[in-house]
Design a binder for this molecule. Structure first.
Ligand SMILES: *Cc1c(COP(=O)(O)O)cnc(C)c1O
Length: 424
């Protein structure tokens, strides 16, 4: 049995069309890194791009704004052009700027315009905390009580959100909907197309947090007519810690005044007129604020080039192969050890990670780290495992499951306390 599963892993890796890309990344010897959904690994191309841009500061000083292979003045727009195909958008609809959280603030400030009749924000009760904090603070800025103006659709099972429950909550007093594309814990993909259509039929704007889907699954935001979206670039996009984020605004909203205006949102030909009346860009670029964080955006030139070369469909195919193989091994090899697979099983509803649950999850994760497997723990009982299409192998999936089986068999997790670490 074991041999045949290992052979199956080897066969999957042999057939893998992306196998050459593993060598483009910095992997630690002997370590199985399954946390690319929290922080993607550094690629050699990302490192080269970063080196190039630090060097451009050395070499050009102030002239770096207009000189070199990646002039800083148009860097955010260039990166947007490279990002657009990953979400099915036109290049003008995307800008690389800010952070996930600051972009959500910007988009709410721009598009949440409460009226007498429509003054509520609709979200879910499983989304990442920062989104929830941003929404509540936005309501408070408008003098609206989050207890009465913030509707959070409840999950039925604690893991997933039913689209029909969201649709049922789309009442006529809802102004805007904010949802994740892929839920950060269970990895569920929400049906963005259906939700957008239903929202629009009711005159509601809808925006998605793409943190766990960009670089992992294909999107067709323009075609679906999604109003806006925002994401980070340090997870599946491998942009490095704190790398500059992105946002998308559908072209039908171009010209809407930015809620949080700044001079980098200007029409680029007019920015240096230094007028006190802003002429905003007629693109998503209007929602930038100040001077871009050049060095934190730099690695994206290298990492996005890889995505451009490989294409998101090939990445998705390999990712599904790896997560399917992982779920199969969990069922065969870890049967009887108390694990539950809590992500959706169907391909079209599953993002790029597997979500296991176990009452001893916190210390099982510590035991995994001790044997050189990097998972990530999500309180209270979740273990996220992301075998990443560009750099992980099916053989690593196999090895990881064997190490985990060993931990469970010998109960070595009991050497650790069942509490989370500061960053988990
Ligand atoms: C990672 C993540 C964030 C992080 O926001 P930052 O502003 O980059 O800290 C936000 N939302 C979701 C859904 C995430 O997964």
């Amino acid at each position: 049995m074991k041999i045949s599963l290992l052979q199956e892993a080897k066969a999957l890796d042999f057939e893998n069309k992306l196998k050459a890309y593993r060598d483009e990344f910095y992997l630690n010897d002997g370590q199985i890194y399954f946390d690319g959904n929290s922080l993607g690994l550094m690629s050699k191309r990302a490192e080269m791009a970063l080196d190039y841009l630090t060097d451009s500061w050395k070499r050009y000083a102030i002239d770096g704004w207009t000189k070199g292979a990646y002039p800083w003045f148009t860097l955010s727009e260039k990166l947007a052009e490279l990002s657009a195909p990953l979400i099915g958008a036109k290049k003008e609809e995307v800008i690389v700027t800010g952070s996930t959280t600051s972009n959500l603030h910007q988009l709410l400030a721009t598009f949440f315009k409460p009226t007498e009749k429509r003054n509520k924000i609709l979200a879910d009760n499983l989304n990442f905390p920062t989104d929830i904090y941003a929404i509540k603070s936005k309501l408070e800025q408008h003098g609206l009580d989050p207890n009465s103006h913030f509707i959070q659709v409840e999950s039925r099972d604690g893991h997933t959100i039913e689209e029909i429950d969201v649709i049922a909550a789309m009442r006529e007093d809802v102004s805007i909907i904010i949802l994740p594309s892929v839920l950060y814990r269970s990895g569920q993909i929400l049906n963005m197309q259906q939700l957008t259509q239903e929202a629009h039929e009711r005159g509601i704007l809808i925006g998605f947090d793409l943190c766990h889907s960009i670089g992992a699954i294909p999107h067709d935001l323009s075609k679906w007519g999604v109003d806006f979206a925002f994401w980070c670039t340090y997870k599946h996009l491998n942009g490095g810690p704190g790398s500059v984020a992105g946002l998308y605004v559908n072209e039908r909203h171009f010209g809407t005044a930015p809620g949080l205006a700044g001079w980098f949102g200007s029409d680029k030909n007019r920015q240096f007129d230094m007028s006190h009346t802003m002429t905003q860009a007629m693109t998503a670029g209007a929602y930038q604020m100040g001077t871009p964080h050049i060095l934190s955006a730099a690695p994206l030139f290298g990492s996005l080039e890889i995505f451009h070369e490989v294409g998101i469909d090939a990445i998705r195919k390999r990712s599904l192969e790896l997560t399917n193989f992982l779920m199969k091994l969990v069922e065969i090899e870890l049967d009887g050890y108390g694990f539950t697979i809590s992500n959706p099983r169907e391909d079209h509803r599953r993002g790029a990670h597997v979500y296991l649950e176990h009452p001893e999850a916190a210390r099982i994760c510590k035991a995994l780290k001790k044997v050189n497997v990097i998972p990530d723990f999500r309180t209270p009982r979740g273990i996220r495992l992301a075998p990443v299409a560009l750099y992980n192998t099916a053989e690593e999936v196999y090895d990881m499951v064997q190490r985990l089986k060993n931990i469970m068999e010998h109960e070595t997790y009991k050497e650790f306390s069942n509490a989370r670490e500061i960053v988990s």
